[in-house]
Write a protein that binds this ligand. Structure first.
Ligand code: DLL
Length: 430
């Protein structure tokens, strides 16, 4: 099982902790000296850089939130002079004020290393042909995957997203071995490969899919339609694009680049650090980032960390697939509903319905409504009315509230070329 940086990827836990403490002290001192927000917050909390003497002392430091990135937009969280920044990336978010992240040359190197570790873990080498079908631009997917692929000396095909048939023609003609895109786009590509009848012309070996939540059922479907091994990759604009954590061939969670980040799991309500193995909100401290370092950044992603040894030999902790975000919870008629609960019900019925769905929330006569559009699977030959009733009953028992199911013909829901937008909450319009 080859690794891009085996000396780092297999460090002993003791060495990881020693490295993290040294880098943490360095970083806290830098932000205290160079970023006024951190200096003020630490002064308020009565913590000085010298108070950080062990890794556990991290808990003394204040959190950073997405709102801080908005409030200090665009440059006030930089810890280096602006001239040292060589790249700006921005969040793909369409709601709220923009946030940006500035990278120094060294930050870009580290990021490329993160994605290079992922590609190598997926069997990538300098002989690989990597098609990057993540969007290029402010979104970190395209450029992040691109830099990582160049780092291992692979041939890169920077198709960006969209133009699906042409993507597939390139895959066949150029002999693409590794595909990088969102899992929902991989599903769409798989569907189109099937329609074009070209699966036997593909040379694909593996895919690197992330930027949105996806399930084991989706993984199985992508692996089948494209004939590949599908790896999960995680990242976020604020911390670093794809490659913050990456999945090895064991496919049992994503190894976090612990030489670059210290992860914690906290209780999202109290902010308290939870013991190893607990489920909660993932928090990152960037210990090597120069441009825009963040201390205890609250990702809002909910997951668990697994410190047990991985069979691949890598020692960096694994994060389980994020099971949702603290902010994607919907409150419908007073009941908390996570979109992932709805998806689970639909996927349990994958013989009858496809994983293409939309959740529509609205308010009619002062009452919240919940409607779910889902496509019937192309092979469905049962009774539509019975299927609808069965799904509605399962949803009621899982969610604790009623939902109306609308079964649609295959291919009636528009496919995603980037991150799928599954929830449409029109209550905000009223
Ligand atoms: O989505 C970076 C990225 C690009 C990751 C390409 C992987 C591949 P943002 O647009 O800032 O950055 O969105 C970050 O997306 O906080 C998670 O909620 C979600 N997310 C990212 N990767 C995964 C994943 C990019 N593998 C937000 N599984 C994060 C589940 C993911 N959710």
């Amino acid at each position: 099982m080859s690794m891009f940086q085996p000396e780092i990827e297999t460090m002993s836990r003791e060495d990881i902790r020693e490295h993290q403490l040294e880098k943490l002290k360095w970083q806290v001192k830098r932000v205290y000296e160079n970023v006024s927000m951190y200096r003020e917050r630490m002064d308020e909390a009565g913590v000085k850089p010298e108070d950080i003497q062990t890794l556990e002392d991290l808990a003394k430091l204040p959190f950073t939130t997405k709102q801080d990135l908005r409030d200090y937009y665009p440059y006030d969280l930089l810890a280096v002079p602006k001239r040292d920044i060589v790249r700006i990336q921005a969040s793909s978010g369409t709601t709220g004020k923009q946030i940006v992240a500035g990278y120094t040359r060294n930050d870009l190197e580290m990021w490329a290393n993160g994605f290079a570790r992922q590609l190598t873990a997926a069997g990538g080498t300098n002989k690989s042909i990597v098609q990057v079908s993540y969007g290029y631009g402010l979104f970190t997917g395209g450029l992040g995957a691109h830099q990582g692929a160049e780092k291992i000396g692979a041939m890169v095909i920077p198709t960006s997203s969209g133009n699906t048939e042409r993507q597939i023609r390139f895959m066949c003609d150029l002999g693409t071995t590794h595909l990088c895109c969102t899992p929902s786009y991989a599903m769409y590509l798989g569907e189109t490969v099937r329609e074009m009848g070209v699966k036997n012309q593909l040379k694909l070996k593996a895919g690197i899919f992330g930027a949105e939540p996806w399930t084991e059922e989706m993984r199985a479907q992508i692996e089948e339609t494209l004939g590949i091994k599908a790896h999960d990759v995680y990242g976020l604009t604020e911390i670093m694009g794809p490659g913050v954590s990456y999945e090895c061939s064991m496919q049992q969670g994503m190894h976090i680049c612990e030489d670059m980040f210290i992860p914690e799991i906290i209780d999202p309500d109290t902010g308290e650090v939870l013991p190893d193995g607990s489920f909660g909100e993932l928090v990152f401290t960037t210990i090597t980032k120069e441009g825009q370092p963040l201390i205890r950044y609250r990702t809002r992603d909910l997951c668990t960390l697994d410190y047990t040894p991985c069979k691949c030999g890598r020692t960096h902790v694994r994060m389980k697939k994020p099971a949702g975000r603290t902010d994607d919870m919907l409150i419908i008629r007073g009941v908390n509903v996570f979109p992932s609960q709805i998806e689970e019900v639909l996927l349990k019925n994958s013989i009858e319905v496809s994983p293409n769905y939309q959740i529509l929330v609205d308010r009619v006569n002062n009452t919240d409504t919940l409607d779910i559009n889902v496509e019937l699977s192309p092979k469905f030959n049962g009774n539509v009315e019975n299927e609808k009733k069965s799904l509605e009953a399962q949803l009621r028992s899982t969610l604790g509230i009623g939902a109306k199911v609308h079964l649609l013909r295959p291919k009636s829901i528009v496919r995603s070329e980037g991150k799928a937008k599954r929830v449409i909450d029109n209550r905000k319009l009223h």
